[in-house]
Write a protein of this length. Structure first.
Length: 291
């Protein structure tokens, strides 16, 4: 099954569920060799064609801010697909797909339901109640598809913390407020290594290519120059948001600072490789949905 069709030049093969790798620094390898179709143990076929923009639409079930509310992704044939597994990660030239879960200036804690069929976006629940942040998040927030933070892997560079069993989080710093389920083409700029109750929870700082300042920022130093105070604000927001609920502040590794673009790309590479092992069932999935 091909989730999406190529509508521009072929660049990479992410629908084949093959991880990408870094050649050197920020250059990404081309993973597509012709248009071969590859079968995996899940018995799903994926076309070895990259796309300019995923040909998917979103459909809502239930009412927002209710326990039953879900945002599903469907392809051109009307079939449900997974925003985590079926949206390609890499678009080539250092550009990646980013799936918006939480629009900026909102507080409902929306997230991909990694344990549900087709992994729709839903509002997180705790003790039977819908979860909200204590205050609005100031940036568009979501995930990189086809990534996974392996809970069995202890990261020696970040205090030996284990992955949080989720896709990699993305903080998009552009000026526009986006919509739940929107898919943006972004470029990574840096990475924050948040440690949440002992689990490593990466926050990749990125910007959408259609933002007016996108051409001005290409690395973490550019963020400080053109978005002064933003990196500190992101760190402090994620450090403190649990405090109003009586929980301790989160911690950050890597010297409590944002790592640069190359380091962010390394994180994306490693977590994409972990995801590939997961969907090939080289690693136990537990309650995670691989569909």
């Amino acid at each position: 099954m091909a989730v999406a069709k190529a509508i521009s030049q072929t660049t990479s093969c992410l629908l084949s569920k093959t991880p990408f790798a870094l050649k050197h620094k920020s250059h990404i390898t081309n993973l597509c060799f012709g248009t071969k179709r590859v079968a995996f143990p899940s018995e799903r076929l994926f076309s070895c064609r990259a796309i300019y923009n995923p040909q998917v639409q979103i459909t809502e079930e239930g009412q927002p801010e209710t326990l039953d509310y879900r945002v599903f992704f469907v392809n051109n044939s009307g079939k449900k697909v997974s925003p985590w597994h079926d949206i390609p990660l890499q678009l080539g030239d250092g550009v990646f797909n980013f799936v918006v879960e939480i629009p900026k200036e909102s507080s409902a804690k929306m997230e991909v339901a990694t344990d549900e069929l087709y992994t729709p976006i839903k509002q997180d629940i705790k003790k039977g109640k819908l979860r909200y942040y204590p205050y609005n998040i100031n940036w568009n927030y979501g995930l990189f598809p086809q990534t996974w933070e392996d809970p069995s892997f202890a990261n020696s560079e970040v205090e030996g913390a284990f992955g949080d069993n989720d896709p990699v989080d993305v903080v998009e710093i552009g000026e526009r407020r986006r919509k739940i389920g929107e898919i943006l083409r972004v470029k990574p700029l840096g990475a924050l290594a948040m440690i949440d109750e002992g689990e490593l929870d990466w926050k990749i700082v990125a910007i959408s290519l259609d933002d007016p300042k996108a051409a001005l920022v290409n690395d973490v130093d550019d963020v400080e120059k053109h978005f002064p105070g933003t990196l500190t604000a992101i760190r402090d927001w994620f450090r403190d948001y649990k405090i109003p609920d009586g929980k301790p502040a989160n911690k950050f590794g890597l010297g409590n600072k944002a790592a640069d673009k190359d380091y962010a790309l390394k994180v994306i590479t490693e977590t994409n490789e972990s995801w590939a092992k997961l969907v090939k069932r080289s690693i136990e999935a537990g309650e995670l949905s691989l569909v």
